[in-house]
Design a protein around this ligand. Structure first.
Ligand code: RAT
Ligand code: ZN
Length: 418
């Protein structure tokens, strides 16, 4: 039996991991950011940081005026109200508030002055292209996966016209309206020349596949993606399950891309909050089990929103190698839960996981989302290496580098390439 590790060995492993991690560049596999060619769709700057829907939801805990009044205000005024409620009248301790401060601090601003106008002035000096590079550098991110919807009326024409792609951005084909709102999507697809009917028969299925293939050709997406309600069932005779089985999965198989499922979102629990009005519910993961077992040639990238589903998801990943877990999504992206989830994932499925994506909607958020997540992931990994040390297993620098690369995008790339 080897002797227990000495304190210097433990602190040496921590500083070796931190040093190696500083040189690792991240592939952010799910964001709502855009290639600069999409113009105004790429949000950035202090006002967009403040009106982020995570902060809108938190502000309404303190606001006492009607929802409508807030929505009728110009963005700057909304940002002022949020700043006042969450940063001035109360200390900004929530994860989303801390995030704004981490971001401003990393950009070199003195947050302690509490001077919103000075921050606004500072942002005016930037041009988007330079600012994009600066944010990516401060976040340690080298590639960003977008969320691209053919159903978005602002985005679609830009794809149709064509543009020269920024190689730092990858596409993600988002298809929620197709799978979740079939009745209203039929006239839309018909208007674009696809011969589809509300009753799903063979012709309609092959037209949906043609639609998906046309968009795959345009976007070259890394995956197709849909978010699902807690009530999602598979198999079932509803439109979602039918389209999934007979159009989307065969399409993904043919093109060779995974299907990403974001499970457990209850849309519009409070519609008065708009984008901030969605909630969470537990999903019956036997539907996911049925998909993984029934479609072994398909690959599933999965994140679940409910904390209660996380353990079962890890167990499913142990049974099905066509399932890759990613991210601590949305309400789980708080240190208490993300640390627990990351530790559990590493303990159950080792390094065959992508522990985090940023879900950034505003460019600057890359900085805080990744600074916070990177620190959390490294902390958990160090713990695990220290436990290995107790057994006499010493990880080499090359092994540490390999493991970190896998956690920050390598495992995702390997899964997609299989
Ligand atoms: O996390 C979020 O920003 C949510 O609003 C959703 O966009 C979610 O991430 C999604 O992609 O559906
Ligand atoms: Zn998202």
């Amino acid at each position: 039996m080897s002797s227990p590790p000495r304190p210097q060995q433990l602190s040496a492993i921590a500083s070796r991991v931190e040093k190696i991690a500083a040189g690792i560049k991240i592939l952010d596999i799910h964001t709502h950011l855009y290639d600069p060619a999409f113009g105004e769709l790429l949000l950035w700057g202090i006002d967009d940081l403040l009106v982020y829907h995570y902060l809108v939801a938190e502000s309404f805990r303190y606001f006492d005026f009607p929802y409508e009044k807030f929505w009728s205000m110009p963005k700057t005024e909304q940002a002022n109200r949020i700043w006042d409620a969450l940063f001035i009248q109360n200390s900004p301790i929530s994860e989303a508030c801390r995030g704004v401060l981490t971001t401003l601090n990393a950009l070199g601003l003195d947050v302690n002055k509490r001077d919103l106008e000075a921050v606004r002035k500072w942002f005016k000096q930037w041009k988007v292209d330079d600012y994009l590079s600066r944010c990516m550098e401060l976040a340690g991110v080298e590639r960003i996966c977008m969320t691209n919807s053919p159903f978005d009326n602002v985005e679609r024409p830009i794809w149709e016209k064509g543009f020269s792609r920024d190689s730092r951005f990858e596409a993600g084909l988002r298809i929620d309206p197709l799978l979740l709102d079939w009745q209203n999507t039929v006239p839309v697809l018909a208007g674009w020349g696809y011969q589809v009917e509300p009753t799903i028969k063979q012709r309609t299925l092959s037209e949906v596949r043609r639609f998906l293939s046309d968009w795959a050709e345009r976007m070259h997406p890394r995956y197709a993606m849909v978010s699902l309600a807690p009530e999602f069932k598979f198999p079932s005779d509803g439109a979602t399950a039918l389209l999934l089985e007979k159009a989307v999965l065969p399409f993904c198989d043919e093109v060779g891309i995974p299907l990403a499922l974001m499970m457990g979102v209850k849309r519009q629990v409070n519609p008065k909050l708009a984008l901030a009005g969605d909630g969470v519910g537990q999903t019956d993961l036997s539907s996911l089990q049925n998909l993984c077992a029934g479609f072994p040639n398909n690959k599933f990238l999965v994140t679940v929103l409910a904390r209660e589903n996380q353990h079962e998801l890890c167990v499913l990943a142990r049974k099905f190698r066509n399932l890759h877990i990613f991210g601590c999504w949305w309400f789980t992206n708080v240190p208490e839960i993300s640390t627990e989830m990351t530790r559990m994932r590493l303990e159950l499925i080792g390094l065959s996981v992508t522990p985090q994506h940023s879900d950034a909607r505003v460019l600057d958020q890359l900085i805080y989302k990744w600074r916070h997540s990177r620190a959390m992931i490294i902390k958990v990994l160090i713990e695990k290496y220290e436990e290995l040390l107790q057994t006499g297993w010493h990880v080499t620098d090359a092994e540490i580098e390999r493991d970190l690369k896998n956690l920050f995008g390598g495992a995702f790339n390997q899964f997609c390439a299989r």
